[in-house]
Design a protein around this ligand. Structure first.
Ligand code: TYM
Length: 341
């Protein structure tokens, strides 16, 4: 059975992009056909200026939303990254395999570092080394597949490179994983700016649909989506990014094909209306389940505690093997006999 690992970073409220690009498949497909682990990667939320109370709140909320979205702790392992020390243990060892040039070439670093400087802050070293921690997240579990949206595929490529390099240098230790982005909605765009990704960290209102938005809010955001000055409904990501984005969202929500759906519409208004209703329908059960789970926080805590125990037991043998392969003396519980006496 394939091993699957994926994660979500608690840097903002979960969005429709997170759901259609990743979480939905985790719940509908991956957990049923593989040995799957899904992680709220809270350490990754500390790589930029952050408010500790907010990270704490968002980590709990993200875990609750994963369960509300259909992840079933009987079928998969759900946990918080910071509860399993193996991630950071392995991350340092992989830093000894990665190069600084590789890190500086990462698109997300190139985008985020100037933004941090513009805000008047300094760039945290962890923002640069973040992809190595992500590689550790994946490699610690011997994952074969990493279901992510398109924006994370470069990080998975780096993970592959590090795994291959380590195996070549120190002997076969890691499974080399591959990214499995969805066919539709791999990159859901901001409704107000369809040339940029719908990102949860932006938190700038009307172009971003959040999983917990009320139906009226979802309808308003979708109905006000920026399209273009044309009139024909065509699926063309380059020439008509706004319309293409709506068609992708509609297709992902209804299980259709964006190109084929375009033929069903004679106006942008009708497309927006159906897209809004499809999104409302998809999000309704998640909001309801989230409300129920919020009424029982000890259930969520129990799931995360048990998930971390399972995850630790899976990651430890791999990270111990890495220690041995790279030349570290294994930690032993018995005192080592002194050969001189
Ligand atoms: P994050 O938290 O930004 O996003 C979580 C998942 O949602 C996908 N996604 C999208 N898909 C389509 N359209 C969008 N607009 C959109 N926005 C986000 C992401 O591709 C991702 O699959 N570095 C990762 C978290 C991470 C991770 C890992 C993922 C850390 N360690 C190990 C997989 C394996 C991140 O920031 O995802």
């Amino acid at each position: 059975m394939a091993r699957v690992f994926s994660g979500i970073k608690p840097t903002g409220h979960l969005t429709l992009g997170n759901y259609l690009g990743a979480v939905r498949r985790w719940a509908e497909v991956d957990q049923h056909r593989s040995d799957a682990l899904f992680c709220v990667v809270d350490l990754h939320a500390l790589t930029v200026e952050h408010d500790p109370a907010r990270v704490l709140r968002l980590s709990r909320q993200a875990a609750t939303l994963l369960l509300a979205s259909g992840l079933d702790p009987e079928l998969c392992t759900v946990f918080l990254q910071s509860h399993v020390d193996e991630h950071t243990r392995l991350s340092y060892l992989l830093e000894c395999v990665a190069t600084d040039g590789e890190m500086r070439r990462m698109i997300q670093y190139k985008e985020k570092a100037p933004r941090e400087r513009e805000r008047g802050g300094s760039v945290r070293l962890s923002l640069l080394t973040y992809p190595v921690l992500m590689a550790a997240d994946i490699l610690a579990y011997g994952a074969d597949e990493v279901p992510v949206g398109e924006d994370q595929t470069q990080h998975v490529e780096l993970t592959r490179d590090l795994a291959v390099r380590f195996n070549q240098r120190y002997g076969h230790t890691f499974v080399v994983p591959r990214a499995t982005p969805p066919v539709v909605a791999a990159r859901v765009m901001n409704l107000q700016d369809p040339t940029s990704k719908m990102g949860k960290s932006d938190d700038s209102g009307s172009g971003i649909v959040h999983l917990l938005d009320e139906p009226a809010v979802v309808r308003r955001k979708v109905m006000r989506a920026v399209t273009d000055s044309g009139r024909d409904v065509e699926y063309d990501r380059e020439a008509r990014p706004g319309v293409a984005n709506l068609l992708e969202i509609l297709a992902a929500c209804t299980g259709g094909d964006p190109k084929a759906l375009a033929g069903d519409y004679a106006s942008y208004g009708a497309l927006k209306k159906d897209t809004a209703e499809a999104v409302v329908e998809v999000l309704g059960p998640i909001r309801a389940r989230h409300r129920e789970l919020c009424a029982d926080p000890s259930y969520v805590e129990g799931v995360l505690r048990r998930g971390a125990e399972k995850a630790r037991a899976m990651a430890r043998p791999t990270v111990d093997a890495v220690h041995r392969a790279i030349g570290l003396v294994p930690a032993v519980s018995e005192p080592v006999p002194d050969p001189v006496r």
